[in-house]
Every structure is written in structure tokens, then in C-alpha cells.
Write a protein that binds this ligand. Structure first.
Ligand code: NAD
Length: 479
């Protein structure tokens, strides 16, 4: 697949004519090329988005909605092809891409295409004295930058509300997984999406992301990715007073109490630990278990983890596919080594896996580590792979203090049948999202995001539409 940029409704090569290789994580083979774009391409895309803004923002919500619903419909029609491309580009099991990633990309477009129809401006009743109301207006050209773990899912999660609210967009997918963003540009072309409204520029963070976020004509940035990159973007954007939404890293705790529904908890914890090879920002990587349940949990959890099928992403029996790149595989293995140096015991996994016929692929065995303190690097730093640690706690307060002992604060799960305790723990754990007795139950209407080093702001539902608009309060005196 030779990927091209999509600027002003045209497929274009990067201005410098350079491309780099796209590697399939499952096999390690090069299977395509990616434009190595730079600031010239970014400037062209911003110019196109600026030109398209007056027209797009002047459309009625219903007209914008109609355009966006056509995109949703076409994603649905090309679902199998998109899922296969996502699985090939990312290494994730094909069944995951088919059941989760691509349906969710369709839903993102459909949800915001219809949500915008329910947006209403506010009035602030002042009786006969005056008329006081607040308009919400689109802002202009929005930058959307997304990571590689849920490529089309997260790309569309920012683009859709930005467009629905009446902005035009310059979007940059991760250079590690650009394929489905390119297929999305084909879809825009197929459905006759208005030129310049959504522009997609491929390339690296420093060469494309930085010129995009530092451009004076881009007042709004929605970014999902690592915390260090979020800090760099804030550094650039703050002196320019740009509006920022940052969805960053996590080191999420699972708080498991002895009175939980053990079987449901075990099944779900297997998922929350290793789904998408542990490469979901919402995966629980620190499992905290109340002391009376600790030994039983470790024994049964490790036994189940050992049965997880690591293998070829297209195989329907595969539960754990390839991690996204050779560098990422090396990073994960390095953390496993570090955990042992820090005194941890590897209960299972702990090594790379060779899949027959795909010897060049990047696989890591699901890994469970015990015996570490909360303050070691393994428990403080985001690994973002199929690696979890388990620790015991004795009291609710100790469990909470372990849960809150990192700089991150994205999500947590709580497992207990005690309603009073569930409420208490859910309210005291420092993070943006808590699931009690489940994991990853996502409803697009709810606010999504983290606290502390996990980010700033919330996306999802009307929160995202608010973020992508500027409120203007108007008072008309009737006296
Ligand atoms: P990353 O920060 O390396 O890259 C994310 C995106 O930013 C990519 O498109 C990249 O090219 C771009 N980028 C890199 N440097 C840039 C710069 N200087 N200026 C502008 N853009 C730049 O992250 P990643 O490795 O692709 O993704 C993994 C990270 O994403 C993990 O930390 C994970 O927790 C996080 N994540 C967070 C959420 C969330 O909702 N909170 C969701 C998914 C992933």
C-alpha cells in the first residue's frame, strides 16, 4: 500500500517526494510506504482547511450531519477491508479490529453526526430586564493527532466532533499505523466529502506534528498519545494561548476485594490486562488484591494467563497478537528485565514469542509479575504492553493509597459486592473513569479523560462538542 496525503480533496505526494517503510508487526515485513511529509505539506493542508472553514461552518447542522453520515455508512460497507488493514498495520487480532476498532470508528461519525442535531444554545432567563444567551460557535482549523494503539478508532474519535461542531480539520495519524487513515481519505473521496474540510497529513511527530501544533492559524489541538509528547505540545501551545485537549498515558489500578464475584472478575481481569496486547490506555496494569484473596487470585490468574493463545492475528483462535513494532517489543522486554532487577518474580511469560511461519514478527508472552513495591519503576512507568504486576493490600485505605501512588490518573476498576465500599473507593481513587465490577464499558455520551499526568480536559458526548466550540455570551437590554 503506497499511502498518500489527502489535502484539499486531492491525494498528493509529500512535497519532498520522500517515503519511509511501513512494517507489518505480525511478520516484521515491509509491506508499504508512508509519506515523509514536512512543514510544506502541513502548511498546504492548513491553507485548505482555512479556505474551507467559512463554507463548512455556515452549513446547517443537518447538512453537516448528512455528509458525516455518508462517511459512517461507507465505513460500515468497507468494514471487513478496514479491519483487515487495521490488523495488518497494528498486529492486533483481526477479530478485535472487526468487532471493536472499525465499528467504533463508524459509531464515532454516526454519534457526532446525530449529536450535533441536539445541540442547543443556552438562554439565561433575566425576565423583563434583558435577554441573555450564549452561542456556541465553531472555532476554525483544528489539529487532531492520534496514536497507534487504536488507530482509526481514536483518529475518528477526535475528528468527528470537531467536524460536527463546524470546524475544519488537519489530522495526523500515527506514522506507525497510517493505513486506515489513508483508507478513510479514500472514503471521503468516494462520498464526495467537501474539499478541504478534513485533510490528512502523514509523517512523524517532529516533522508533521510540531509544525501543525505550532502554526498560528491552528487555535485548537486535540491530542491523544504519550505523556512526554503531551508535555512537548503544551510547551509549544501555551505561549500561543491555544485550546488543548490532551489524552495521555496511564498506569491504571484494578482494586479487587475478597467479596467480589470471583469468576467474573477473573475473566474480566484477563481482558483488562491483555486485550490488544495490553496496548490500551485503559488496560489495568497494576492489580491490587485484598490479602485474603491474594494467593488464590495469583494461582488462578496465572493459570488462565498461561492458556492465552499468542499467534497470527488473522487466526480466529488468537487472543494475543503482535505488539506494534520491534522498538516497542524491545521496550516491553526491557521493562520485564528491569522488573526482575527490582526484585520482582515473573510468574508467567517474560519473554518474546516466535510464531511459526512469522519468525520476524514482534510477539511478547503475556507476563505476570509479583513481589514488587509500588515505588519501583516497573510500577510507576507506563509499559503499554502485555505486562501486569500484582500486589496485596490489607485495608481499603491501603488499597486506595497504592492505587493513587503514581503520577497517572486515567482509569480504575473496582471489584466488590459491597455497595458502600464501591461508592467510597470509586469516589476516592484519583482518575477520570471508574468501572465497578466491569471494564471498558464505553458509552459515547460520557466524559472521557484523565487527571494528573493522564491529561487535561474531557472528550466524549457533549463535552467534545463544547471543547470544539467557543461560547459567546450576549446580553440584550430590554429596559
Ligand atoms: P506518541 O506520543 O509517541 O505519539 C502520538 C502521536 O503524536 C503520533 O501521531 C506521533 O507522531 C505524534 N507526535 C509525536 N511527537 C510529536 C510532537 N513533538 N509534536 C506533535 N506530535 C507528535 O504516543 P504513541 O506511542 O503513538 O501512543 C501510545 C501512548 O498513547 C501511550 O502513552 C498511551 O497511554 C497513550 N494513549 C492514551 C489514550 C487516552 O485516551 N488517554 C488513548 C490511547 C493511547
Amino acid at each position: 500500500m503506497r499511502i498518500q496525503n489527502y489535502i484539499n480533496g486531492q491525494f498528493v505526494a509529500p512535497a519532498n517526494g520522500r517515503y519511509f517503510d511501513n512494517v507489518a508487526p505480525a511478520s516484521g515485513e515491509v509491506y508499504g510506504t508512508i509519506p515523509e511529509s514536512g512543514s510544506e505539506d502541513v502548511n498546504r493542508a492548513i491553507e485548505a482547511a482555512k479556505k474551507a472553514f467559512p463554507l463548512w461552518s455556515a452549513l446547517t447542522a443537518t447538512q453537516r450531519s448528512t455528509h458525516m453520515l455518508r462517511v459512517a455508512q461507507r465505513i460500515e460497507e468497507r468494514l471487513d477491508e478496514l479491519a483487515a488493514a487495521e490488523s495488518k498495520d497494528n498486529g492486533k487480532p483481526l477479530k478485535l479490529a472487526t468487532r471493536v476498532d472499525i465499528p467504533r470508528a463508524r459509531d464515532n461519525f454516526a454519534f457526532y453526526a446525530t449529536a450535533i442535531l441536539h445541540e442547543a444554545s443556552e438562554t439565561h432567563d433575566m425576565g423583563a430586564q434583558g435577554f441573555n444567551y450564549t452561542l456556541r460557535r465553531p472555532i476554525g482549523v483544528v489539529a487532531c493527532i492520534s496514536p497507534w494503539n487504536l488507530p482509526l478508532y481514536l483518529f475518528t474519535w477526535k475528528i468527528a466532533p470537531a467536524l460536527a461542531a463546524g470546524n475544519t480539520v488537519v489530522a495526523k495519524p500515527s506514522e506507525v499505523t497510517p493505513a486506515t487513515a489513508y483508507l478513510l481519505s479514500q472514503i471521503l473521496d468516494e462520498v464526495g466529502f467537501p474539499a478541504g474540510v478534513l485533510n490528512i497529513v502523514h509523517g512523524t511527530g517532529p516533522a508533521v506534528g510540531e509544525p501543525l501544533v505550532s502554526h498560528p492559524e491552528v487555535p485548537v489541538i486535540s491530542f491523544t498519545g504519550g505523556t512526554a509528547t503531551g508535555a512537548r505540545i503544551s510547551q509549544i501551545a501555551a505561549p500561543m494561548f491555544k485550546k488543548l485537549s490532551l489524552e495521555l498515558g496511564g498506569k491504571n489500578p484494578n482494586l479487587i476485594f475478597a467479596d467480589c464475584d470471583f469468576e467474573k472478575m477473573l475473566r474480566t481481569t484477563l481482558q483488562s490486562s491483555f486485550a490488544n496486547q495490553g496496548q490500551i490506555c485503559l488496560c489495568g496494569s497494576r492489580i491490587l488484591v485484598e490479602r485474603p484473596l491474594y494467593d488464590r487470585f495469583v494461582a488462578e490468574f496465572v493459570q488462565r494467563v498461561k492458556t492465552l493463545q499468542v499467534g497470527r492475528p488473522e487466526d480466529p483462535a488468537t487472543q494475543v497478537g503482535a505488539v506494534v513494532s520491534k522498538d516497542h517489543q524491545a521496550k516491553i522486554l526491557h521493562y520485564i528485565q528491569l522488573a526482575q532487577e527490582e526484585g520482582g518474580t515473573v510468574q508467567c511469560g517474560g519473554h518474546a514469542v516466535q510464531v511459526e511461519g512469522l519468525e520476524g514478527g514482534f510477539y511478547v508472552a503475556p507476563t505476570v509479575i509479583t513481589g514488587l513495591s509500588m515505588h519501583c519503576r516497573t510500577n510507576q512507568e507506563e509499559i503499554f504492553g502485555p505486562v501486569v504486576t500484582i500486589q496485596a493490600f490489607d485495608t481499603v485505605e491501603e488499597g486506595l493509597s497504592l492505587a493513587n501512588a503514581t503520577k497517572y490518573g486515567l482509569a480504575a476498576t473496582v471489584w466488590t459486592q459491597n455497595l458502600r465500599r464501591a461508592h467510597h473507593v470509586a469516589s476516592e481513587v484519583h482518575c477520570g473513569i471508574v468501572w465497578v465490577n466491569n471494564w471498558l464499558v464505553r458509552d459515547l455520551r460520557t466524559p472521557f479523560g484523565g487527571v494528573k499526568a493522564s491529561g487535561i480536559g474531557r472528550e466524549g458526548g457533549f463535552e467534545a462538542l463544547r471543547f470544539f466550540t467557543e461560547p459567546k455570551n450576549i446580553y440584550i437590554d430590554l429596559g
